[in-house]
Design a protein around this ligand. Structure first.
Ligand code: IPT
Length: 270
């Protein structure tokens, strides 16, 4: 009774919270979870991780790595002996997945700032080659466009706090008129808060910011972070349910389970 999890770096808060949830719910069903962590989401590292799990007789695997649809499809084709459930692909792709609606939370965060009167937006997206980063960025841009607005600047971080810190310093230098900053995850928002404190900017009076993920820690940032919640515990629960059920009902094998994303209002936007 063993399942596998191929995951991006567990040094990132979101993947580690997802792994914790997967382990918890699999454990409740009497399954253990073997984890294979990858450093990059290239086809070859993912295939190597799947092979490592196969060699331990694992036949069902959660894949939490950002994958373009064709890459996920070819992994499915090339591994007929394992059933892969994808946790970080485009929800509307044709592979078996449990994912989050990338639009509703991101749209709500733009609307929240707009309704507060903000018009000067900067965007801090994730890595340029990351699928979820691109989906969030597209929604921010489309929602701004629906208000006849363009962002003053778009920056890209690497999901970690340091990249958020550096991008925010650059933003303050290049577009000091910005009053609103949308950030693609909470860890980069933590770095942004640090940069803003260092530069003596008041939050939210001088600048408002909204994160993404609602990781456990974000309620304890200073000020408490307004952010888009995606429920990692629920994702883990649904993923375990889907992967275990799939044996009985082969029609689930292409099923998409899309979980909600929603804005959680705290104190960092005003
Ligand atoms: C996504 C997180 O939102 C982001 O913070 C980062 O950790 C990223 O994963 C790493 O790939 S969550 C994913 C299930 C969309």
């Amino acid at each position: 009774k063993t399942l596998g999890l191929v995951t991006t770096s567990l040094a990132l808060h979101a993947p580690s919270q997802i792994a914790a949830a997967v382990k918890k719910y699999a454990g409740e069903q009497g399954y253990q979870v073997l984890i294979a962590m990858i450093d990059d989401a290239s086809d070859s590292s993912i295939q190597a991780a799947i092979n490592e799990l196969k060699s331990q007789r694992v036949e069902r695997v959660f894949v939490n790595a950002p994958l373009e649809t064709p890459v996920a499809e070819s992994l499915v084709d090339e591994n007929p002996d394992v059933l892969c459930l994808f946790l970080d692909v485009d929800p509307y792709s044709s592979v078996f997945n449990v994912t989050f609606n990338p639009a509703e939370g991101a749209r709500a965060s733009v609307k929240h700032l707009y309704d507060l009167g903000h018009r000067q937006f900067c965007l801090l997206s994730g890595p340029e080659d990351s699928v979820p980063a691109r989906l969030r960025l597209n929604t921010w841009r489309d929602t701004l466009a629906s208000y006849q607005l363009n962002p003053l600047a778009v920056h890209h971080g690497q999901w970690d706090a340091q990249s958020g810190y550096l991008a925010t310093l650059q933003m303050l230098r290049e577009t000091p008129q910005a009053t609103a900053l949308l950030i693609a995850n909470d860890q980069m928002a933590l770095g942004a808060l640090s940069a803003l404190h260092q530069q003596k900017r008041k939050i939210p009076q001088d600048i408002s910011l909204i994160g993404y993920d609602d990781t456990y820690e974000s309620a304890f940032f200073e000020p408490a972070l307004t952010t888009v919640a995606i429920d990692f515990d629920l994702q883990g629960k649904m993923a375990v349910q889907q992967l275990l059920q799939s044996v009985d009902s082969p029609q689930t094998l292409r099923a998409s389970t899309i979980l909600p994303s929603r804005l959680v209002v705290r104190n960092s936007a005003g």
